[in-house]
Structure formats: structure tokens, C-alpha cells
Design a protein around this ligand. Structure first.
Ligand SMILES: [Zn+2]
Length: 369
């Protein structure tokens, strides 16, 4: 009844969403005005000790702040990742916390790299203590609880440094905003809208960082959604002298949308995937919209994650098949590509999801059922 008219509701605003929005404004201000007196007082009362959370709250101290923080739980129950939505645009990195704040655009680094976070010596360390600018490039300054423990995590550290490779610290102040579209001022209306849309329908397209896939594959998917792929059309834009025509179908120009959705090869693969996953033909105008449609499709949590993992794996395999054509002059057939998707997704998802009942025989037959 309270859903917006365009998604079939009666258009009555949800009071609950409005209240959540107001309370969240305080959490935003605590971040954005982190060095102001009131914020320091809240942190002095609620922070410190063994509480290494993004928002300080001492459960033993009653009062209004505790009430504000308890809304976080409500938000979480709605399936909104507050720590991802509350974005930091990093300036000099003196306020933003390296592991606790979403300053790199992928959510909290503690959630993306839990193994590294566990080994971090100072859980609340600021961004500027870990990242230093050497000329135009970021360099990293790690401090681990145990160096022998960090020794085995070299690859993860490399992934993390690669993910943050394009970060630039400036002289400006760290600022916090809400949502994917960065807004200078926190607007209660925007939170209200997000809460309401989450409750009753459409939500902004976004890339979901899925722990069941390797970090490299997550990074790849994230770049595809942002359109940051070296497809022919993009190369031409950057002045590289290549033919913009799609190297696979040789019919249309190769844009990101064409590579992963529009190309006849991609079309064949996707219809095979939906059949295998026992889903209707899901689609979208962009890869982000497609991923969004998959994530929002009504199904159980395990199946949702497995299906999402398969879809991101499909993007990866489509990309590697394209590169084989370009660099090795080898064309893969639809069956071979489907086979690669099934093998890789099984290896990755079985290993990382720790779902004991995934068997290869069942997987080959159908994904996620
Ligand atoms: Zn094509």
C-alpha cells in the first residue's frame, strides 16, 4: 500500500522510512563532522575499548545515541548495506578509517578482505596511515599483528593494493555522502527513498561483492559494471588505432554493452545460462541492470548467491573467450564456453560457499536447485 505509484502502490509515504532517514542523518553527521565537539563527546562515551565497529555504541550507556544506533539493525533487516550506502569521498584521509569506512567504493574493506582485517594491528587506523601518495601513485604501508601470518597472504595483499591502485589522496577534507550518487549534503529524503524502494520495489543498480567468488573475479565484475573495460570502442576513444568492430561477430562495434549482452555469441550463452539455472530470460539495458535483475529475482538466499556467482562467472568467461579470439586467434564454440562456465563456477562457489551438498553431478544438471 505504501509502495510508490509507479511500482503499483498507492503512493502513501512510509512513516517508518522517514523516521529511519532522520535517525540515519545523525549517523552521517557523526562521520562527516567527526572532529567536532559533539561527535568527540559521543565517541568518548561510546567508543574505545574492544568495540571496533564503524559506528561507536556502548550498549551499557543508555540514552538517545543508543536509540539512534539501534536503527542500524532495522536497516540491516531491510537488506540495505548501510556501510556501503554511507560513502566517503576521501580527501586527505585523516578522518576516514581504512577498514571501517566505505571510501574505496566497494563497501568496507574489512568485509572485502576479512583475512587481512584480522591481521591488522590497528583496526581503526585512518586511511592516511595506510596509504601514502608518492607522486601520482598510491603506496601502502601495512602493519600486521604478526608478520609470519601476513606472509601467507601475499596474494590477498596484492589484490587489495590492486583494488586501491587508483586511489588518490588530496589536500581536501574527507566527506561523507549517501548512496551511489554522491551528494555533498546528506539528505533525509534520499535515505527515505532508498529504504522505501528496498521495501517496495526498484533499487539502484549496483554491483554486489560476493564473497563466494575470488576477489579478482569480483574486481572484474565491478569494472564491467562501471564500463571500465578495454573493449575496441573504448580503445578507439582513447586514441588507440584499432578497428572498433566486434572481433567475435564482426557485425557491430564492440562496446561494453555489446560484448556482454548484445553480441550474438553472448545471446546464445545467456539463453543457455537461464535454461541451466531454470530461470526465465533475465535481461537489462546494461550489465548493471542485468545483475540487479538477478539479485532481485525472488529466490532463496543460497540460490540467489549461487545464481549471481554463475552470472559473474559468465561475464568472466565471455571476456576470456573474446581475448582468446583476439590474441590467440582461437574461436570457442558455445558448448566449450558453457562448459568453462560450469567448471569454473563450480570450483569457485563450492570452495568458498562451504555448501557441502553441492555435487558436480547435480551442478552439471542444473545450477542452484
Ligand atoms: Zn559481437
Amino acid at each position: 500500500m505504501v509502495a510508490k505509484k509507479k511500482v503499483g502502490g498507492l503512493g502513501i509515504g512510509s512513516i517508518r522510512a522517514a523516521i529511519l532517514g532522520l535517525l540515519l542523518k545523525w549517523i552521517h553527521r557523526l562521520k562527516d563532522e567527526g572532529d567536532r565537539l559533539w561527535a568527540l563527546v559521543v565517541k568518548a562515551i561510546h567508543g574505545g575499548g574492544r568495540n571496533w565497529d564503524t559506528i561507536p555504541c556502548n550498549r551499557l550507556v543508555s540514552g538517545p545515541w543508543k536509540q539512534v544506533v539501534s536503527t542500524l539493525e532495522d536497516i540491516r533487516k531491510l537488506g540495505i548495506d548501510l556501510f556501503k550506502a554511507l560513502r566517503c569521498r576521501v580527501g586527505d584521509g585523516s578522518l576516514a578509517e581504512f577498514w571501517q569506512d566505505n571510501w574505496a567504493g566497494v563497501g568496507r574493506l574489512r568485509d572485502v578482505f576479512p583475512e587481512l582485517y584480522k591481521l591488522e594491528k590497528w583496526k581503526n587506523v585512518k586511511v592516511n596511515s595506510r596509504v601514502r601518495m608518492v607522486g601520482e601513485c598510491a603506496s601502502f604501508n601495512w602493519e600486521w599483528v604478526s608478520n609470519s601470518g601476513a606472509g601467507g597472504l601475499g596474494e590477498l595483499i596484492g589484490d587489495c593494493e590492486m583494488l586501491l591502485g587508483e586511489v588518490k589522496l588530496t589536500d581536501g577534507r574527507d566527506r561523507w555522502g549517501w548512496g551511489l550518487k554522491f551528494v555533498e549534503e546528506f539528505e533525509v529524503g534520499l535515505v527515505k527513498e532508498a529504504v522505501q524502494e528496498r521495501l517496495f520495489g526498484s533499487f539502484e543498480e549496483n554491483f554486489v561483492w560476493l564473497n563466494w567468488l575470488p576477489i579478482k573475479i569480483n574486481m572484474f565484475g565491478w569494472k564491467v559494471v562501471q564500463g571500465r573495460m578495454p573493449v575496441c570502442v573504448e580503445l578507439v576513444k582513447r586514441g588507440v588505432g584499432v578497428d572498433p568492430t566486434c572481433p567475435v561477430c564482426e557485425v557491430e562495434n564492440e562496446s561494453v554493452g555489446h560484448r556482454f549482452l548484445g553480441c550474438s555469441q553472448a545471446n546464445h550463452i545467456w539463453s543457455g545460462i537461464w535454461q541451466w539455472c531454470r530461470l526465465p530470460l533475465l535481461s537489462g539495458n546494461s550489465v548493471g541492470e542485468l545483475l540487479d535483475a538477478v539479485w532481485k529475482y525472488p529466490m532463496g538466499e543460497h540460490r540467489r548467491k549461487l545464481t549471481y556467482g554463475v552470472v559473474v562467472t559468465t561475464l568472466w568467461v565471455l571476456w576470456t573467450a573474446r581475448n582468446q579470439k583476439v590474441f590467440d586467434r582461437r574461436s570457442l564454440g558455445v558448448d566449450e564456453i558453457m562448459g568453462n562456465i560450469k567448471v569454473l563456477s563450480f570450483l569457485w562457489l563450492k570452495n568458498r560457499s562451504k555448501l557441502g551438498n553441492l555435487s558436480w553431478e547435480n551442478w552439471l544438471y542444473s545450477c542452484g536447485c
